[in-house]
Write a protein that binds this ligand. Structure first.
Ligand code: GLY
Ligand code: MN
Ligand code: MN
Length: 440
C-alpha cells in the first residue's frame, strides 16, 4: 500500500465528509462496518462484507469496526476486538493506518460510548439498533441527504483507489490466464473455477462477486452461478466473469474463449464483440453521457447481427424494434469500486436526483456523465437466450431473425468481453488490457 496515496485519500475523504455533514444537523459522522449476522434459525454466520462507506476509509473487512469523523479533528478508528477463543480476531493490514487516523482499541462496542458522549452524531451503517444503543437519535441514523452526497462522490476515485483497482485487475488476470489454460485442457466448470482461485491465491469468499464460469449454453445465463463437475471435453465455449479484491476494491473482468472446432459464426461473433468492446473504449472521455456508450453498443451489436446474417433489415430497423436488446439484454457497464456494481450509478447530483435508464434498457446501471477519475466497466455481449428469443418466433420482430442460425448457436451460449476503464483528462486508461500482454 502506498502511504502517500493513502494519506491523500484520507484528506480527500475528510473534505467529502465535511461537505456531506453540512446537509444535516450533526457534529460528526460515525461509520460502522456492520455486525455479524446469522442464518435464520442457525448459529452459523453469513459471510461478512463490510459497509462500503466504512471500507473506503479502513480496508479491514471485519464486523463492528467504526470510523468517527469530526471536522478539524484526526479521524478516529474504533477497532473493536473481542476476547474470543472461537474465532481468530487478529486484525491484519492495520499498520499504515496509524499515520492518518487515531486508532482506539476496545473489546466491546459499548466501550465506544465514552468516546462519543455529548456529541451529536449521525450514524451510517447497516445496524440501526447499534446506533440506538450508542444514543444516536433516530433521525440521524442513515440520513438520506448524507448518503446521497457520499454515494454520488464515490464515483470519483482518488489515486489510492485507482491503485487498488489496478492491482485487483493485475491479480485477476493471473487467474484468467490459468482458467483459459484449464478450459483448453478440457477442464470442467469446477476445475476452471478452482484453477482461477488457486492462481490468484484466494479463497472463494475473497472474490468480489460469485465467479461466473459457464461452458456452452450456460454462458447465455448472465449471472450463471453453478460450477458443473461433469465431463467437459465436448464443450467449445467458456465465458468466465471473475474479479479479485485488493484492500476492498474490486476488479470485474469477463473473457470468452473458444476451442478450435467451435461453430464458425460463433467465432466471428467473438471477434466482433472483441472489436466492439475496444471501439467503445475509444469513445470514453469526460463529458460523454454514459448511456450514449450503451446506445452505441446496441447499434454496433445490430451491425454485427446483420453482417453475420443472424438478422435482416437495417441497423435502424433493428434498433427501432429493439432487436439488439434481445441479444444484449444487459447494460454496457456500471461504476466499479468497493462494490462491483458501485453506488450512485443513477444519480444526477449530490442531492440524489435520479437519472433513470431508458425504458428499453432498464438494466443499464450507469446513467452518469463521464468525468475524470471515474472507473467503470465496458462489457458488451451477444447471447442466444431461448427464453428471450423463442417468444418472438411468430411476431413481427421474429420476422427479421434468422431462426436457423439462432438454433445452431443456442448450444454456444453467448459472448461477453469486459474491461475496467479509468477516465483520464482527455480519454481513458484500460486498467485491464495493460496487464494482459504480460499474461498472454
Ligand atoms: N460480474 C457482474 C457484472 O459484470 O456486472
Ligand atoms: Mn460488470
Ligand atoms: Mn463482470
Amino acid at each position: 500500500m502506498n502511504n502517500t496515496h493513502y494519506s491523500k485519500h484520507i484528506d480527500s475523504l475528510r473534505k467529502i465528509h465535511e461537505a456531506a455533514l453540512e446537509t444535516v444537523e450533526a457534529e460528526g459522522i460515525l461509520l460502522h462496518s456492520g455486525s455479524d449476522t446469522l442464518y435464520f434459525a442457525d448459529d452459523r454466520s453469513i459471510e461478512f462484507s463490510a459497509y462500503g462507506h466504512y471500507l473506503r476509509w479502513i480496508p479491514i473487512n471485519k464486523p463492528d469496526q467504526f470510523l468517527l469523523f469530526i471536522p478539524g479533528e484526526t479521524p478516529r478508528y474504533f477497532q473493536v476486538v473481542p476476547t474470543d477463543y472461537w474465532y481468530d480476531q487478529v486484525v491484519e493490514n492495520e499498520a499504515p493506518l496509524e499515520k492518518d487516523l487515531s486508532v482506539i482499541r476496545t473489546k466491546v462496542v459499548s466501550d465506544i460510548k465514552i468516546h462519543i458522549k455529548n456529541l451529536k452524531l449521525c450514524y451510517l451503517g447497516p445496524c440501526p439498533d447499534v446506533a440506538t444503543s450508542l444514543d444516536i437519535s433516530t433521525h440521524n441514523i442513515n440520513p438520506q441527504k448524507v448518503i446521497s452526497y457520499l454515494d454520488f462522490q464515490r464515483a470519483y476515485k482518488t489515486q489510492y483507489e485507482i491503485d487498488q483497482v489496478r492491482n485487483a485487475n493485475k491479480l485477476a488476470l493471473i487467474g484468467h490466464r490459468a482458467a483459459k489454460e484449464c478450459f483448453l485442457a478440457n477442464g470442467n466448470e469446477y476445475d476452471i473455477h478452482m484453477a482461477y482461485l488457486r492462481a490468484c491465491n484466494i479463497l472463494e469468499s475473497e472474490c468480489p462477486y460469485t465467479n461466473i464460469v459457464a461452458l456452452g449454453e450456460k454462458s447465455a445465463i448472465l449471472h450463471y452461478q453453478k460450477k458443473r463437475k461433469g465431463d467437459a471435453e465436448k464443450d467449445k465455449v467458456l465465458l468466465i466473469d471473475a474479479g479479485c479484491r485488493v484492500n476492498g476494491y474490486a476488479s470485474d473482468i469477463t473473457r470468452t474463449v473458444v476451442k478450435e472446432n467451435v461453430n464458425s459464426i460463433f467465432e466471428d461473433i467473438l471477434i466482433g464483440v472483441e472489436d466492439i468492446e475496444r471501439s467503445l473504449v475509444t469513445l470514453v472521455k469526460p463529458g460523454v453521457k454514459y448511456p450514449e456508450l450503451h446506445s452505441q453498443a446496441l447499434a454496433k451489436i445490430s451491425e454485427l447481427l446483420l453482417e453475420l446474417s443472424i438478422c435482416s433489415g437495417s441497423v435502424d430497423d433493428l434498433l427501432e424494434m429493439e432487436i439488439s436488446n434481445l441479444f444484449m439484454p444487459h447494460g454496457v457497464g456500471h461504476l466499479l469500486g468497493i462494490q462491483v456494481h458501485d453506488v450512485g450509478g443513477h444519480q444526477r447530483d449530490v442531492k440524489g436526483a435520479v437519472e433513470s435508464p431508458p425504458a428499453s434498457s432498464p438494466y443499464l446501471r450507469n446513467t452518469r456523465i463521464i468525468a475524470k477519475d471515474m472507473i467503470f466497466t465496458i462489457e458488451p455481449g451477444c447471447y442466444f437466450i431461448p427464453i428471450l428469443l423463442e417468444p418472438q418466433r411468430d411476431t413481427t420482430r421474429g420476422e427479421v431473425i434468422n431462426w436457423k442460425v439462432v438454433e445452431q448457436l443456442y448450444p454456444c451460449g453467448g459472448v461477453r468481453i469486459e474491461d475496467n476503464i479509468l477516465v483520464t483528462d482527455e480519454g481513458s486508461e484500460n486498467l485491464t488490457r495493460q496487464f494482459e500482454a504480460i499474461n498472454q
